[in-house]
Design a protein around this ligand. Structure first.
Ligand code: SAM
Length: 219
């Protein structure tokens, strides 16, 4: 059987349906120029994040894993003008590139970047206003810790999106990736078992290969 043209189909869908703006293309180019890895979400997934922000009526969004701010820009574009997005990034270089990109995209006034390991910066957000939507896309070993923080910083009804839950099928074969796969499966177990969460998980294919995401609602 001929391998379906996942990547070409996704590019067609992006051009026909998704319509990423030039600010998003510029953000992608800036990441390449800075020598950063191309591990951002695909444009159709970025648009899904934006739509989820809008459909949930979110005013406060938390992101864990900023990179060059590609998903940050998409989600910030879905927020009202007085909405707020706090994004946690480990590497100062990534945070610096992301800052320039969110400012150049005209959404900088909504975006606050917290630099450092997320497990150090997330506790500093406790006691503040709760988040309406949380996007988790950082080091996969900590996925369950991030889910726990998303619940603690959320409220009943908060939407949680966890990226990269298939990892080319490594979730069923930990020997393929002994670092990330166990973190992902631990998070999937939590999504299925934790009484504070109600969730589903979806496989995807496209320019980013075979992967997927989970979406949950805090009960
Ligand atoms: N969400 C971004 C997008 O779609 O445009 C992509 C994020 S990329 C997959 C993961 C990011 O998480 C990287 O920039 C990495 O430096 C950051 N990261 C890794 N470990 C982290 C940690 N412990 N705390 C915060 N950020 C971390």
């Amino acid at each position: 059987r001929v391998q379906p043209a996942w990547a070409e189909v996704e590019e067609y869908l992006s051009a026909a349906v998704v319509h990423p703006g030039p600010e998003l293309d510029r953000a992608l180019r800036s990441a390449v120029d800075a020598g950063m890895p191309a591990i951002e979400v695909a444009p159709n997934a970025g648009k899904l994040l934006k739509l989820l922000v809008q459909l949930s009526g979110a005013r406060r969004v938390l992101e864990i894993g900023t990179l060059a701010g590609f998903s940050t820009i998409w989600m910030a574009q879905g927020l009202p003008d007085d909405g707020q997005l706090i994004t946690c990034e480990y590497l100062p270089l990534h945070a610096e590139v992301a800052r320039k990109n969110v400012d150049a995209a005209g959404v900088g006034h909504k975006v606050d970047i917290r630099v450092g390991p997320a497990l150090d910066t997330l506790p500093l957000l406790a006691g503040g206003e709760s988040f309406d939507l949380v996007f988790i896309d950082a080091d996969k070993q900590n996925d369950s810790n991030y889910l726990d923080w998303a619940i603690r910083l959320g409220r009943p009804g908060t939407v949680i999106i966890l990226d990269n839950v298939i990892w080319e099928g490594a979730i069923l074969d930990n020997s393929m990736d002994e670092v990330n796969a166990p973190g992902i499966t631990a998070a999937l177990d939590m999504l299925g078992q934790d009484p504070r969460l109600d969730a589903t998980a979806i496989q995807t294919v496209g320019t980013k290969g075979w992967d997927g995401f989970a979406i949950a609602r805090v009960v």
